[in-house]
Design a protein around this ligand. Structure first.
Ligand code: CUA
Length: 151
């Protein structure tokens, strides 16, 4: 009888421990400081700046690039950026978690529904850069790609 009590207590303690670690890891690990801005995922396409996604000139060499991810596409999926541009990239999703990785750069974000992820990147080299989704998001995950052309 006592064994049963101790066993229950042991399992209970283990569960509390695992939950604490799990919850901690979730909030610390998967919510980078850059996704503090929130957005209603269902209203992304009606909410500025995502109602008119793409590259926008701010001033001088400063640009803003707004990207919408959804199963299974990036909008827009062809982007031209002038060489030397400093681009603030904002990414959000209309549905599930997607990835936003630009091959050949340090840009690698996890895009959570309800949040806007931001990353600033200077494009100094001309060429083509592949944008990939690196989070499994469903049957069409492998089809999800886009292209940045620095000219
Ligand atoms: Cu989107 Cu994988």
């Amino acid at each position: 009888k006592f064994e049963k009590i101790w066993l229950t207590f042991g399992i209970g303690t283990l569960l509390v421990f695992l939950t604490t670690v799990g919850v901690g890891a979730f909030y610390m690990g998967t919510q980078p400081a850059s996704c503090l801005v929130t957005i209603d995922p269902e209203k992304v396409r009606e909410t500025a700046p995502f109602d008119n996604p793409g590259l926008r000139h701010i001033e001088g060499n400063k640009y803003e690039l707004n990207i919408v991810t959804s199963a299974f596409a990036f909008t827009p999926n062809q982007i031209q950026i002038p060489k030397g541009a400093e681009v603030v990239i904002n990414v959000t999703t209309t549905d599930v978690v997607h990835g936003f990785q630009v091959a050949g750069t340090n840009i690698n974000m996890m895009v959570h529904p309800g949040y806007i992820n931001t990353y600033t990147q200077k494009f100094d080299k001309t060429g083509e850069y592949l944008i990939l989704c690196n989070e499994y998001c469903g049957a069409g995950h492998h089809l999800m790609s886009a292209k940045i052309e620095v000219v």
